[in-house]
Ligand binder design. Structure first.
Ligand code: C2E
Ligand code: MG
Ligand code: MG
Ligand code: MG
Length: 283
């Protein structure tokens, strides 16, 4: 009987896996269709100077709503796009739409864009990005790409070549989600990053957790020494922003300053914040 129940468990497990695989395939098919139809949209989240609270740029975040599946979050569709070889076309679609939108923003604002690990082993990635910038007329000096440590690990030599090609035309490179995953300080010796983004995990515990505070201060000191800009991610409360300013952190991003919104709402946000700045000056 033990054997039977054992086998029973195996059967249930297999069925669950089958269901999961079916769901992934369903998402994959819907995503392929959406990408061909141009239905994945860039949203934009402000990145601010923590001292002045002025917006200095925006991070592009992909958004997809399927008519049957509903809103599918990037934490679900990006990994599937990577595994099933859709990330290239998806990424090109989102970058094209994002740079078309960002073209009409004030020229001092940068646009950042996430690259997936598999894009850093594909030597065509750089060419595709440059072709899109040329086509949309977006200045490469205003573009930043965000990569994670995981993205550098699969094939460091390939990643380095892509990154160097992008940097040569003025694109800046930031290290995303720093402090999570397979962090290695050695990576910071081998690669030059223009900017480091401190993962939300440290920011969310900065007020009630001594270790987080010390880790953030150490990261800030290291960035200063290495000449890297810093952005703290996931700031939700005023008190977190205050503490980060106290520690000397210059850049911030999070719901406190703005959630990711579509291109139209971003234009509205920019109009309001520029108007706000003028009023502040007049007073
Ligand atoms: P990420 O690059 O680290 O982006 C930051 C994530 O944190 C975004 O989640 C953003 O909405 C969320 N976030 C920002 N501020 C706050 C906050 O104050 N509190 C909380 N709880 N969350 C905050 P999102 O949009 O769901 O994206 C998740 C991840 O998916 C991104 O993490 C990025 O790795 C990936 N991703 C999104 N769009 C793209 C894309 O176009 N291409 C690639 N390759 N990856 C993308
Ligand atoms: Mg990012
Ligand atoms: Mg991040
Ligand atoms: Mg993240």
């Amino acid at each position: 009987h033990a054997k039977r129940s054992g086998r029973g468990r195996v059967v249930v497990y297999t069925r669950e896996m089958e269901e999961a695989a079916k769901r992934v395939t369903r998402i994959e098919q819907a995503l392929r269709r959406a990408v061909s139809a141009g239905e994945v949209e860039p949203h934009f989240q402000p990145i601010v100077d923590l001292n002045s609270r002025r917006t200095i740029g925006f991070e592009t975040l992909a958004r997809w709503t399927d008519r049957d599946l509903g809103m599918v979050p990037p934490s679900v569709f990006i990994p599937i796009a990577e595994e099933r070889g859709i990330i290239g076309p998806l990424s090109q679609l989102v970058l094209r739409k994002a740079t078309e939108a960002a073209r009409s923003w004030p020229k001092d604002l940068f646009l950042s864009f996430n690259l997936s690990p598999s894009q850093l082993v594909d030597q065509n990635t750089g060419l595709h990005i440059l072709a899109i910038l040329e086509r949309t007329g977006f200045d490469p000096h205003r573009l930043e790409i965000e990569i994670t440590e995981t993205g550098l690990m699969t094939d460091p030599a390939s990643a380095e070549k892509i990154v160097e090609d992008l940097r040569r035309v003025g694109i800046r490179v930031s290290l995303d989600d720093f402090g999570t995953g397979q962090s290695s300080l050695g990576r910071l010796r081998e690669f030059h990053f223009d900017k480091l983004k401190i993962d939300r995990a440290f920011v969310s515990s900065i007020l009630d957790d001594r270790p987080s505070e010390h880790i953030i201060r150490a990261i800030l000191a290291m960035c200063e020494g290495l000449g890297m800009d810093v952005v703290a991610e996931g700031i939700e409360e005023e008190a977190q922003a205050d503490r980060l300013v106290q520690f000397g952190c210059a850049g911030g991003q999070g719901y406190l300053f703005g959630k990711p919104v579509d291109a139209d709402a971003t234009l509205g946000y920019l109009r309001d914040s520029y108007r706000g700045a003028l009023y502040a000056k007049a007073i």
